[in-house]
Every structure is written in structure tokens, then in C-alpha cells.
Design a protein around this ligand. Sequence first.
Ligand code: RB5
Length: 147
Amino acid sequence: MKILIASDHAGFTLKEVIKSYLAGCQDLKINDIQDFGTNSVASMDYPDVVHPLCKALPDNPSEALGILICGTGNGVCMTANKYSHVRAALCWNEEIATLARHHNNANILCLPARFIEKETALKMITVFLNAPFEGGRHENRVRKITR
Ligand code: RB5
């Protein structure tokens, strides 16, 4: 499983925490972590990192999943969802992160760095990376998202 990750300045510190966590977590079976920036807490525009990440994200969630972080999570989420192959979900607790995979087959987890604890973020990542898409009645609904 490949992980693509990016943040703006508001999410930079949490991004670095998440990268360390992922690098040390053997259970998650991650063989590649690609960091699209930003690389400091200097103010920048989140679309500048979100667009390159989305262009690199494969269609198939079993190949790769994305993690995007900004202050509220909304800016990165709105930008990512401009791509037809992206289903980016703004999540703030474990249950929503799990359901984003189970019901929506989300392929990007968006986190609001200024409104969640670090521990909550790491728990959300663990469930998001492990939870399968349930398919069934959700298959048609997800298919109908794309115009
Ligand atoms: C940065 O101040 C903030 O606007 C940004 O991180 C994000 O919350 C935008 O949606």
C-alpha cells in the first residue's frame, strides 16, 4: 500500500507526526510514503500541494490512499474533490473515518489540524487505512457521485 500525503502550513506539524507514525507502523503494510509538501510552517496556498497529489493518486484505493491536512480540512477537501477519481472525506473522529471507507470508498482522508488532537488523527489514520469498502448497496451510490 502506497500513501500520498500533503498539508499546508497549518497542517505541517501534524503531517510530520503522521509520517513518523506511518514509518514505524509495520502492521499497516505501507511500502511507500510520498510527501508532496509543504515543508515548513511558512504560509502557503493549499491547492499548490493538493493538485500534484491528486494527479499522482491512482484510481484504485487498494493501490494507494491519500492524506491531506489543513487548518479546517475544508480547503484541501474541496480542492481534491475537483478530480473525478478522488473521493476525499473530511473526518474528525474514528467512526466517520471508518464509514468514509465502508460506505463512500473514500480514497483521501482530510484532517482539520486545528480542531483535532494528534492522538485522534493517528487513530483515524489507522482505521481509514484498514477499513474495506463494503460495496453492496453503496456501489451504485458511489458510482453516481461522478457526473
Ligand atoms: C490557513 O490559515 C487556513 O485557511 C487553511 O489551513 C485551511 O483551513 C483552509 O481551508
